[in-house]
Design a protein around this ligand. Structure first.
Ligand SMILES: NC(=O)c1ccc[n+]([C@@H]2O[C@H](COP(=O)([O-])OP(=O)(O)OC[C@H]3O[C@@H](n4cnc5c(N)ncnc54)[C@H](OP(=O)(O)O)[C@@H]3O)[C@@H](O)[C@H]2O)c1
Length: 302
């Protein structure tokens, strides 16, 4: 069914990818300049003007380390604003697709997390995202909360771009090898959301809820960075890309303890996506395929 979709955060990785993919629908794409989620009255006013029948909210306060020293702003964007979005969507009998994170878990589990597992965020960012989830559940409207992980893409600031920049500048890199998860491309997320928008029956209460939503498989940040450099090297010749200074063999595995950050991160970020497959028959490709697809679209100035 054709939908009128209010889409937030279109300057972000996921928002940007979604804007170009939801072509079957009428999309009202809003950047931070057009809809600042720290301004509660603006959120209510704009939603009442637009009258969407679906809100998709990829906008968020995503600076994981900075959140430790800016808790109020993180909670304002990731929790309070999400509550207002949910209240306004409910008022219009609209649905809400919202994004959450692997960082709602503490990472102590030894196997991939399922949606019913206990949440216990170890960072302020994770706590603020969990508060956003809880606000949506409290409002009680038709919703999909998509917990994803390790997002990257050809667009925006992310791990892929950082590794490529550093590998061009330096002879060697040191990358954390004891955190495990699924790198998930903004393209895979956008493709999956398009399928969900078409498959989701808002009236079916049993579809409302939390879903894990990542590229398939898992790896460590260290192995991911090795794969990034390998794929780059395979494409470099035909693309006329400059040779990287860092060779794969010069990417050293280090531990989380060797690389202290203001915010703690879960060691195990692996999310089991079975519920998504069973409910909607939607599956994101392997993280390796996701990476290849993004690298194919990469222009080195992006
Ligand atoms: N990035 C990850 O690795 C990751 C992992 C798991 C889950 N997630 C979740 O997935 C979703 C999408 O993440 P992403 O990687 O696409 O994030 P992103 O690239 O950091 O984009 C976030 C967007 O939110 C916007 N934003 C921030 N504050 C705002 C405000 N006050 N009002 C309106 N917009 C505001 C930003 O605007 P500006 O462009 O103006 O800054 C940006 O466009 C988020 O819910 C995030 O929490 C992300």
């Amino acid at each position: 069914m054709h939908k009128k979709i209010l889409l937030t955060g279109v300057s972000g990785q996921v928002g940007h990818a979604l804007k170009t993919k939801l072509l079957q629908h009428e999309v009202i794409p809003l950047s931070r300049e057009q809809l600042d989620l720290s301004k509660v009255h603006d959120i209510r006013r704009i939603i009442r003007e637009v009258k969407p029948n679906l809100i998709i909210n990829p906008a968020a306060y995503t600076a994981v380390d900075k959140a430790e020293s800016e808790p109020e702003l993180a909670f304002a964007i990731n929790a309070t604003a999400v509550q207002i979005l949910a209240e306004e969507a409910a008022r219009l009998n609209a649905g809400l697709i919202h994004f959450s994170t692997d960082y709602v878990y503490d990472g102590a589990k030894k196997t991939p997390y399922v949606e019913d597992d206990e949440v216990n965020p170890v960072s302020l960012y994770g706590k603020s995202k969990l508060a956003g989830e809880e606000a949506i559940r409290a409002v009680g409207l038709p919703h999909l909360i998509l917990r994803t992980s390790w997002i990257y893409g050809a667009y925006g600031k992310n791990f892929l771009k950082t590794i490529l920049r550093l590998a061009a500048e330096r002879d060697s890199l040191r990358v954390v090898a004891d955190q495990f998860g699924a790198p998930t491309s903004n393209k895979s997320i956008a493709d999956g959301v398009v399928q969900l928008v078409n498959a989701w029956q808002l009236q079916q209460d049993n579809q409302t809820g939390v879903y894990h939503f990542t590229n398939a498989g898992s790896t460590s940040w260290h192995s991911f960075s090795c794969e990034i450099v390998s794929v780059y090297n395979r494409l470099a010749n035909e693309r006329n890309w400059p040779v990287l200074k860092t060779k794969v063999g010069n990417i050293t595995a280090i531990t989380t303890v060797d690389y202290p950050t203001p915010a703690a991160r879960p060691a195990n970020s692996r999310l089991d996506n079975t519920k998504l497959k069973n409910t909607f028959n939607v599956e994101l490709p392997s993280w390796q395929l996701g990476l290849q697809q993004v690298m194919q679209t990469l222009t080195l100035s992006s």
